[in-house]
Write a protein that binds this ligand. Structure first.
Ligand SMILES: Nc1ncnc2c1ncn2[C@@H]1O[C@H](COP(=O)(O)OP(=O)(O)OP(=O)(O)O)[C@@H](O)[C@H]1O
Length: 257
């Protein structure tokens, strides 16, 4: 996979620390996230992957007793400074969770929800936006004849693609995906992987995954976390073939995890 050299950074994470009470969950993380790439976040359970991804759109702020320090630069602004507009941040940095979690409303309403709350009200514009998002999420052909039926009638894999459509309907810059395929069968998983590779043309993707093959297949760069530290970050090919650190090598070779 080719990685351009002088690529624009979307996020620049510098000296980031996160604590839950006295638990030091992320330690001095330094990590650039590059535009129009897929960055995979890997590491064993409890190493801080979810904490990291939830920090990128400040969802972490909603957890009790959380404290953060350092710099999380996005659009030349440190998100850890006071006064960040969370609604606008979450529009630009959208998140897809482990399990598709559509609302118990129609397929159309699930996708139209975000654009509506951001002020889109004209029927035609909403219809076009919903269609575009569903097409971009590779779901349109499967649902175009049942847009006004309940989203809960979709399969798990379709629900996950619906949630991706819902997130991209507001045209974010960044898509955060927290183990987006861990609850899916292999065919649905490969659809999401293919989708991620397509979507990076228009979006920047940060994906937490436990699946080494997935990280190797889908991502341009990989960051390996261990016990709250970022051990290594590099082009994915390098991480999986000749990593610098033996802990990375042991993990990607499946010697622990
Ligand atoms: N709300 C919380 N309160 C206290 N400690 C927490 C909380 N959430 C996570 N932690 C702790 O922070 C550390 C990092 O957790 P995190 O969920 O980020 O790991 P992870 O790598 O995503 O794990 P997994 O792969 O199991 O999802 C762990 O030690 C965890 O127990």
């Amino acid at each position: 996979m080719s990685v351009a050299t002088a690529q624009a950074q979307i996020f620049s994470v510098r000296n980031l620390n996160v604590w839950y009470g006295s638990q030091h969950a992320l330690k001095d993380i330094e990590l650039p996230i590059y535009k129009n790439e897929v960055t995979a976040i890997i590491g064993p359970s409890g190493c801080g992957k979810s904490t990291f991804i939830k920090t990128l759109n400040l969802m972490i702020q909603h957890v009790k007793r959380v404290r953060m320090s350092g710099e999380l630069l996005y659009q030349e602004r440190n998100l850890l400074d006071q006064g960040v507009d969370l609604v606008s941040l979450r529009k630009q940095v959208g998140m897809v969770f482990q399990k598709g979690n559509p609302f118990g409303k129609s397929i159309f309403e699930n996708v139209a929800y975000g654009p509506r709350i951001h002020g889109m009200s004209k029927k035609k514009e909403l219809e076009e936006t919903v269609e575009r998002a569903l097409r971009d999420a590779f779901l349109w052909d499967e649902v175009k004849d049942r847009l006004h039926t309940s989203a809960l009638g979709l399969s798990g894999g379709q629900q996950q693609r619906l949630c991706i459509a819902r997130t991209i309907a507001t045209r974010p810059e960044v898509l955060l995906m927290d183990e987006p395929t861990s609850a899916l069968d292999p065919i649905s998983t490969s659809k999401i992987e293919e989708l991620a590779m397509q979507l990076k043309k228009d979006y920047t993707i940060v994906m937490v995954t436990h699946n080494m093959q997935q990280a190797a297949r889908v991502s341009d760069r990989t960051a390996f976390f261990l016990m709250g530290e970022l051990i290594e970050h590099d082009e994915t090919g390098k991480i999986f073939s000749t990593p610098n650190d033996t802990r990375t090598e042991n993990y990607v070779m499946g010697r622990f995890g």
